[in-house]
Design a protein around this ligand. Sequence first.
Ligand code: 26Q
Length: 822
Amino acid sequence: EPPRRGLGHVAPRHDVEGFVGSFMRELNYGQGVSLTRSSLNDRYLALARTVRHHLQSRWMAALAQQADDQAKTVCYLSAEFLLGRQLDNAILASDLDDVVEEGLGQLGLSLSTLRAQEIEPGLGNGGLGRLAACFIDSLATMSVPCVGYGIRYEYGIFRQSFEDGWQREDTDPWLALGNPWEFPHPEHAVTVNFGGTTEHYEDEDGATRTRWLPDWDVQGVPYNYMVPGFRNGRVNTLRLWSAKATRGFNLNSFNAGDYVDAVRAETFAEKISMVLYPEDSTPQGKELRLQQQYFFVACSVHNFINQVLPSDFDLHKLPDRVIFQLNDTHPVIAVPELMRVLVDEKGFDWDEAWTITQQCFAYTCHTLLPEALEEWSIELMGRLLPRHLEIIRRIDEEFRAEVAAAFPGDEAMPRRMAIVGDHTVRMAHLATVAGSKVNGVAELHSQLLRDKVLPDFSALWPEKFTNVTNGVTPRRFLRLANRNLSSLITEAIGPGWVTDLDRLRELEPFADDPAFRERFREVKRLNKATLARTLQSRNGIEMPTTGIVDIMVKRLHEYKRQTLKVLHIVSLYEGVVSGRLAVEDVTPRVFAFGAKAAPGYAMAKQIIGLINAVGATVNADPRLDGRLTVVFPPNYDVTLAEKLIPAADLSEQISLAGKEASGTGNMKLALNGALTIGTDDGANIEIRRLVGDENFFLFGLLEPQVEELLAKGYDPASYAAADPRLTSALDLIASGAFTGGDASVFSGLVDNLLHHDRFLALADFSAYMEAQDRVDAAYADPEGWTRSAVLNVARCGFFSSDRAMREYIDKIWHAQPVVTSL
Ligand code: 26Q
């Protein structure tokens, strides 16, 4: 039925009176409570829904227009979207800050109390998931049509707590108090098939075709989320899929009519979207994980082709209307799925379908660690997705023939490059063969991807490989997270930087302005005080607000080298207690850690135990005069990041060179005026080039030196022996000084460092200590330090995810912004 007036919707009033009326209606009729009897949660939900109305109105307009425009849509396929809290971002995007503040004030309510009630959707592990969230924010802000496709996990990343310093995991029931930001559409559920066999048959024209006779199926129910652009009237969609048992659950292998078994089957189906896998490397090859991947990808491909595109759309033109961007290999099963849809369901010839498919995909790689490259056992793939395995085998055969033709006589080449290996399907090879482009996420990473990870492929198709250095959204990570600095910047150069971050360059002259520098320091002081209050109320943690705030926040991984940071702390501590260092000569520092370990990663959990043990000892030792403090708030998440990052003076980016694909926390910290102490790795290299050597503390082996050292044979114990500070620090840990005299607790960890040390922490220790001395010397000159900090802010505009999206658009997607009428 056509709408009777205008766009078919009414826009909410953008003023205080309108807001108060709308809020009260939501409270009274949405929640069913009066203001006086309402709980905090009632009030939060009413506020969220009131703010939501302002976006919904634009959303409906944007969707209507998209259909008219026939614009190319970016379908960002990602198993993770680590969104962070929604309320503040929605208020900012719809320019309601003043209205909300004033309206709540009239009702005697406080925005800060209500915003604290929101539980963040932790639908990601870390960098990769957060990157996806930044990217969709930027695309909306740039008015580029995009649908983010992912999984609505019932339980996000686990909640971390510490028991005697050891990590404990609990579930994350983030939906328990209601979710005002999602719109379920069960009427648009998609059926997803699994298992069974395939069958070849002859069609009317006598051609041999294939059909899949699956064994069981589930429904994917879409839940839509609004992705608002920054004050531009554009709202894109994030569509997350939730698994629901098919009505009268159709699992042929179960006994028909067995009621109890049928109910058990229901929970079996709904398990698929139950929980996010908490590993962010070394994939385990678990069957449920492959089910998750195919589940969301099959729903997404079906949704775009059959529900988003017009029903009469000519699929030969699919590449004009869509690009499916693969966020790592997790969604790469979309490639055989699209082939299956085109060939088996829509009747395309194989070659025709392959030409279309290749143009519709592009692949982003996020790793360099060989153990992080996904492979699935052929046996499992054949059992769960028999038709897809057939399709993959055919792609593989044709590809190997192409390689053999391109490199005649080289028999090893097709075998090395094969998609289907002896026992596994290599997902990165499939993604590279199918993708129109393959990109790494920082310059060095893209180079190593070409030279080390996929060298044969880059020899075959040099033009396929490209780089797009990651970026972060300045809305969330500067404008919202650091309101104090944002105001100062806007006062100096106007508000345009929020959507044009290169304009931060205009701050450069202010680095030489003593009055501006004083105000910049005042901002840091305020942010440190806010952080201290947050840690106090969140965890009862006492944090001093003077001295260097030295921050290392990221997932716990040996390659990221949290251990190197610990060795620095232990060495300072050991220096003071042994009398080698005078306590007055120790620069006051707060060492703040945030890190979750994958629950099955034993060494990572040991390192968490070590950080906490060292922290407890150091914090309690009166000989340090309170100069060194370790804080390790549990359950680091986006919400906590937004408090830690603005307070930072020093950003620790100390991965072994050649191991961190990019890093994005490094960008957020530099943009908030922290100086970086870092290795020549990932995007650190680009940060250093932009901010200047004199405003960055570089240390450590370079990537080629790492290779060389490992090739000639690395003996970590010799490095320990060569630096007495390192010997003493390791001895102190091994002695049980941090574990009440029990030497056994960390003996495995210390042995590992002395005899294996896969990531060369000991080799880089001396250089790291020397760099930390440079940090202390620089900090002793507050004016010089602040000048460097301001220049970090001024020169990091490049790291906006808006710039990253511009590059994807130009190099990979060839999509266009659409004009939205406000
Ligand atoms: C795969 C299969 C099975 C289970 C889990 C996984 C899995 C899940 C998450 C594998 C990897 C991840 C996440 C990887 C990740 O976050 N990588 C980071 O991506 C950032 C954005 O590009 C980079 O900045 C970081 O350098 C990179 O480590």
